[in-house]
Design a protein around this ligand. Structure first.
Ligand SMILES: NC(=O)c1ccc[n+]([C@@H]2O[C@H](COP(=O)([O-])OP(=O)(O)OC[C@H]3O[C@@H](n4cnc5c(N)ncnc54)[C@H](OP(=O)(O)O)[C@@H]3O)[C@@H](O)[C@H]2O)c1
Length: 424
């Protein structure tokens, strides 16, 4: 018999408690021994009174759960950085195995947690922390272990993908779609973590620690949200055969350098990620053995995340039995992510200019001085004396692109740089 203690009985915790109860016999047959939920910690015990039963013990003292000597596995589903991180550390010190869906804690403190777990000989399983129901962690750790992952691109935030999809399909503005997403429960009342891409950056830092084999500091990952994306850019993208997505991108170059960044990206509409719509998530990668590969599914929500968390509990039970105790607790060092100025990308630029002769020459001059060459260019009249110019560059370093933008900003005839979007 394995005793588990659950910290948090909110959206995911409730799903986990219900599924463990409903499928207890099935799970016992699969792993060869029963799993018992010994106690559940919540913040406001009154709220959970209707769930009290002889079999479920609720407490508002999570430290009692992590210090209970009879508990083998702590399932942390409180969320946020504190007290979740301290409870996980205390549980590991007490020799307990951990299952968590907490991307923020693993992203910021994974190094300390996995090193301590290794020292204590316990396992830490984190499948629910990235892309909800999509089994990306185990896939990278076990099934793709033979590969060097050269490049990975993921849609790993359902809220922003829902908003961009609605904007593209219904030609509606960002703020209008965001308000509707909040009403429908696709976006939080405070959407900052999703819109400004903190959530996706935490998740990418966890993914890259697996594909690069070492931890990264989350603050080294370049982050840019979707709030500046306009309908006009989405329409231009569509005309040019592209789709705008918030992509988490990781690359391991032959010279040994590493890239990790999250930002709105124009991708070819024929790329498999371009057709991932609504709140769905997907992770595409290229491995040196497997070639192109993609996982697709629901990246959040009660049951999809429960699927990942319960899978971790069952796999932990199997690994504990098999004494496969170092299965997940490798400890590694930090590696450096290349600064964004060093990356090379194609860029989409939309700018407003005076509608007068010579402007094209000025644009060509400023780009040329910055070693930026144009792949394609379009011009449209947007007002009496204003023209709109859209161009896509050949691959260029971010540093050179910034130099070109700064030159353009102060050049005669250039009224405004409206958008700058990286193109993959
Ligand atoms: N929701 C999703 O779709 C989803 C998807 C992927 C990953 N995750 C991750 O899963 C974790 C849980 O998310 P959730 O959506 O289930 O959160 P939630 O609905 O807000 O639930 C949080 C639970 O933690 C309890 N809690 C909060 N502070 C506590 C404290 N100091 N001591 C004891 N209990 C405390 C709350 O108690 P009360 O009930 O008494 O308030 C509640 O039961 C997070 O790390 C989240 O990022 C969620």
């Amino acid at each position: 018999m394995l005793n588990i203690g659950i910290l948090g009985a909110g959206t995911v915790g409730t799903g986990v408690i219900n599924v463990l109860h409903q499928k207890s016999l099935e799970f016992e047959n699969k792993i060869g021994s029963p799993i018992k939920v010994k106690s559940i910690a919540v913040k406001n015990i009154e709220k959970h009174k209707s769930s009290f039963s002889d079999n479920l013990i609720f407490t508002d003292k999570p430290e009692n759960v992590v210090n209970d000597p009879e508990i083998d596995i702590i399932v942390e589903l409180i969320g946020g950085e504190y007290p979740a991180k301290d409870l996980i550390i205390q549980a590991i010190k007490n020799g307990k195995h951990i299952v968590t869906a907490n991307k923020e804690v693993i992203s910021k403190h994974g190094y300390e947690i996995f090193n301590l777990a290794k020292k204590m000989g316990v396992l830490v399983y984190i499948e629910g922390s990235v892309a909800g129901g999509i089994p990306i962690i185990q896939t990278l750790k076990r099934d793709l272990i033979a590969n060097k992952v050269n490049s990975l691109m993921g849609i790993i935030n359902g809220t922003t993908n829902y908003i961009l999809t609605e904007m593209a399909q219904k030609k509606r503005d960002f703020s209008e779609v965001l308000q509707e997403a909040q009403k429908l429960g696709y976006a939080e009342a405070d959407p900052t973590s999703d819109i400004e891409a903190y959530d996706a950056t935490y998740k990418l830092s966890i993914i890259v620690s697996l594909i690069f084999g070492n931890h990264v500091k989350v603050e080294e990952i370049y982050r840019e949200g979707i709030d500046k994306i306009s309908i006009r850019d989405i329409e231009y993208a569509q005309k040019l055969g592209y789709t705008i997505k918030l992509l988490a991108i990781a690359k391991h170059h032959d010279d040994g350098s590493y890239e990790a960044r999250v930002h709105p990206t124009m991708i070819n509409s024929e790329h498999p990620l371009a057709s991932v719509n609504g709140a769905f998530n997907a992770i595409w990668l290229n491995g040196d053995c497997v070639g192109d590969f993609m996982l697709y599914g629901k990246g959040a929500g009660q049951l999809p995340t429960t699927s990942a968390v319960v899978a971790d509990i069952l796999n932990l039970a199997i690994d504990i039995k098999a004494k496969n105790i170092l299965a997940s607790s490798e400890s590694h060092d930090y590696i450096k992510i290349a600064p964004i100025e060093k990356i090379t990308s194609k860029y989409y630029v939309r700018l407003s200019t005076a509608d007068q002769p010579g402007v094209m020459g000025i644009i060509g001059r400023d780009l040329g001085l910055s070693e930026v060459s144009i792949n394609s260019l379009w011009q449209a009249n947007t007002g009496e004396d204003t023209a709109e110019i859209v161009l896509i560059t050949h691959p260029v370093t971010e540093a050179n692109m910034n130099k070109a933008i700064n030159l353009l900003k102060s050049s005669e005839g250039i009224k405004q740089i409206n958008s700058l979007i990286r193109v993959e």
